[in-house]
Ligand binder design. Sequence first.
Ligand code: XUL
Ligand code: CO
Length: 440
Amino acid sequence: MSEFFSSIPKIQYEGKTSKNPLAFKFYNPDEVIAGKTMRETMKFALSWWHTMCGAGADMFGSGTTDKNWSASTDEERSRNKVLAAFEIMEKLGIDYFCFHDRDVSPDYATLAESNAALDKAVEVIVEMQAKTGKKCLWGTANCFSHPRYMSGAGTSPSADVFAFAAAQIKKALEITVKLGGNGYVFWGGREGYETLLNTNMGLELDNMARLMRLAVNYGRSIGFTGDFYVEPKPKEPTKHQYDFDSATVIGFLRKYGLDKDFKLNIEANHATLAMHTFQHELRVARDNGMFGSIDANQGDTLLGWDTDQFPTNVYDTTLCMYEVLKAGGFTNGGLNFDSKARRGSFALDDIFYSYISGMDAFALGLRIAAKIIEDGRIDDFVAKRYASWGTGIGADIINGKADLAALEKYALEKGEVIGSVTSARQEMLEDIMNNIMFTL
Ligand code: XUL
Ligand code: CO
């Protein structure tokens, strides 16, 4: 195993009293929580984009971190990125990875050259997978960075651009299958509009669905049996993105008959940008049978953009893992860190401190979520609050036995019903949450 991080040891679990910054305090891979090992439940994944490529550039300044990986050519950089990524995964005990095509290998002058270079880099990944047993969580195509996609890819006004994006997606699907990936993501960073004055929204949405259908048909024809995902995000870089939030995406997928092949990849900060909580987005997905995978980034509520921070907010990770457990866990999905260290955390070993903080925050979340379920007070409260739906008139409504006339008769006979509404007890429940969280 090549060493890009010679000063970093294999990261071990040392328990919550450890003061070693290069150790897990809460993530103990082989410990069984809620019936499964933590490793099996979490399915942590490294993302190529921010981890291997993101150098800390922002709107006002260039990169601060050297992510050249000691290379003198593009080809060498792609190869070294693979070696460094596998070293990071090995040292952190991360079993999965995910990638955009152009993270693995950059754009060359022509599509044919880009594809050939990508194939070479993918061969290195295949070799490293054989050596280490690491798995691909999902693949995707970057159809948003190149200037050709300035007005969209699947929703471009240009049919030529649509065709180019389709070609890129075809190749990305082939690679995902080659690497044994169980997921393929559509995230539409440029699929939206800046102003309706120049936009045929109806045609753009129909075309997006056409592109997804073509991808499903091709993917299935080459043996992709996993899930396709849409990753909702309301804005940034485009002012209004069509994949606004979970509810919008579910409506879109159902309208176009794509809901059997697609699920959702929920990103925490995309939820924040849509003015929802992370838990809300997960709940909408779960309640609609569309819960798929998670991009575990944290945002900053004081900033209006996607900061892609490593998650440390344990309240959020707890409620996330509660939803994951209630959904029965991941099937094809997992928990990937589409995250980057802050621009000022420019040292290469900050990658390790960042992942440790994110993995530990989710491990702590899982431990507390399992306690909430075992404790039962919150679930019992909700069950009791809705108890009137299990018997009498509630059961009749659910079973379709009561029409409006029957309900009128019931209401007339019953008289005023305000007394049947019980206190929502929000404060009591929040106190129970704190009680469970801080007596771990
Ligand atoms: C961008 C973002 C993407 C998707 C994959 O905000 O989250 O990296 O996860 O294209
Ligand atoms: Co993401």
